[in-house]
Design a protein around this ligand. Structure first.
Ligand SMILES: NC(=O)c1ccc[n+]([C@@H]2O[C@H](COP(=O)([O-])OP(=O)(O)OC[C@H]3O[C@@H](n4cnc5c(N)ncnc54)[C@H](O)[C@@H]3O)[C@@H](O)[C@H]2O)c1
Length: 387
């Protein structure tokens, strides 16, 4: 399936792309060069076990291995896949000293720390099968002269659709009703006292990039008041089409919202952005959807606000860390509608990011550039929104 990339402006443009300027951070020179030799490529994916054989298009799993094994091996490359990613005894760790390319995925993130990068003497390329490379120490990757690239745009529709679903699940107080049915109960009042229509509510997205824009487009027919906050104002035509109003000041937007959706990457600026103080300034009973990254929230502040009613409902599929441990407090807080990290790994999304990874590997073997919007770290520099 052809990869579909959102045709938005080059928000990940680099301030400089000169191959001879590896940055000011004393970067070494492991920059990407084509070479005909056989490469050792390691992929870290979630294990599908008994589900692996149920769908031939299930390529995002360990067993599916992005559907590129035959293609890689026919060219003489070595391709190792594992789901064992944590700690010095892990399968991944065994391959760190001599791998050339590491493919990771946000759905089962292999945390690529500065220490791992230092030990990975042959590593040149880190590819993210999906979107969001915050599981990689990007500064350390830049300093080591590594290239980090993701499949920009690959699963943005998957995530935007999922966000719309989560908004409706929270607004309609859907999950308690479902649980009643499972548990043999029938109590309309217990659901109805806090179930609302979406129409007429104020919905704000924090971040209106590819996913945020698709969400706004999908919300338009629901007749809400749409707001967005971003470091960049969107094209006037899209503002007109969606009817979404730009809010330069984040807190000012948040104080107006009945529903807030988070759509920024996890960066140094967005880490912990929703802390106790910020959440306290939001409308009482606000509904929050976060499919962006768990660490954008202060974990305990979310638990406390869900318990006090300051947050009326919290839904998302991203956690810190992943997989979420059994005792992660978000599993047990009231009024949540959390799932494992799933929104961007629909079969359609998997096929698109698998195709995108294959395309970048092919370009790497041929010594060709990647699509500009895919680069997160290139020639010692981070993409602009990570600076
Ligand atoms: N749950 C999933 O399965 C899943 C899948 C894909 C992406 N994601 C997450 O969603 C994020 C967004 O994806 P996207 O494709 O829309 O990315 P994008 O780069 O197209 O959009 C991100 C937007 O956030 C804005 N932004 C960045 N830093 C900001 C800040 N400090 N303040 C305000 N705005 C800021 C950018 O200007 C940009 O418009 C990804 O980085 C990833 O973390 C999750």
């Amino acid at each position: 399936m052809a990869m579909k990339r959102a045709a938005t402006s080059a928000i990940r443009a680099f301030s400089s792309s000169s191959p001879s300027s590896p940055g000011s951070s004393g970067s070494s020179t492991r920059f990407l060069h084509a070479s005909a030799e056989s490469k050792k490529i390691v992929g870290v994916f979630y294990k599908a076990n008994e589900y692996a054989s149920l769908n031939p298009n299930f390529v995002g799993s360990l067993e599916g291995a992005l559907g590129i094994r035959g293609w890689l091996e026919s060219q003489g490359h070595q391709y190792i896949v594992t789901d064992d990613k944590e700690g010095l005894d892990s399968e991944l760790e065994k391959h760190i000293p001599d791998l050339h390319v590491l493919i990771t995925t946000p759905f089962h993130p292999a945390y690529v720390t500065e220490e791992r990068i230092k030990r990975a003497k042959n590593l040149k390329l880190l590819l993210t099968a999906g979107i969001g490379s915050d599981h990689i120490d990007l500064k350390a990757a830049a300093a080591a002269g590594l290239t980090v690239a993701e499949v920009t745009g690959s699963n943005v529709v998957s995530v935007a659709e999922d966000e719309l679903m989560r908004i409706l699940i929270l607004v309609r107080n859907f999950l308690p009703g479902y649980h009643q049915v499972i548990n043999g109960e029938w109590n309309v009042a217990a659901i109805a006292y806090r179930a609302y229509d979406l129409e007429g509510k104020t919905v704000g997205t924090v971040g209106a990039g590819r996913i945020g824009k698709l969400l706004l487009q999908r919300l338009k027919p629901f007749n809400c008041n749409l707001l967005y906050h971003d470091r960049i104002k969107m094209e006037p035509e899209l503002e007109k089409q969606t009817g979404a109003k730009f809010e330069e000041d984040l807190d000012s937007m948040l104080s107006k919202c009945d529903i807030v959706v988070i759509n920024t990457p996890l960066t140094e600026k967005t880490r912990g952005m929703f802390d106790k103080e910020r959440i306290a300034k939001m409308k009482k009973g606000v509904l929050i959807v976060n499919n962006a990254r768990g660490a954008i929230m202060d974990t305990q502040a979310v638990v406390d606000a869900c318990s006090s009613g300051q947050i009326g409902g919290y839904s998302g599929d991203v956690w810190n860390p992943q997989p979420a441990p059994k005792d992660h407090p978000w599993r047990y807080m009231p009024n949540h509608a959390m799932t494992p990290h799933i929104s961007g790994t629909t079969i359609d999304g998997q096929l698109r990011y698998a195709a995108g990874v294959k395309d970048m590997l092919d370009r790497y073997f041929k010594g060709e550039e990647f699509p500009a919007q895919n680069y997160i770290v290139k020639e010692g520099k981070l993409a602009s929104q990570y600076l």
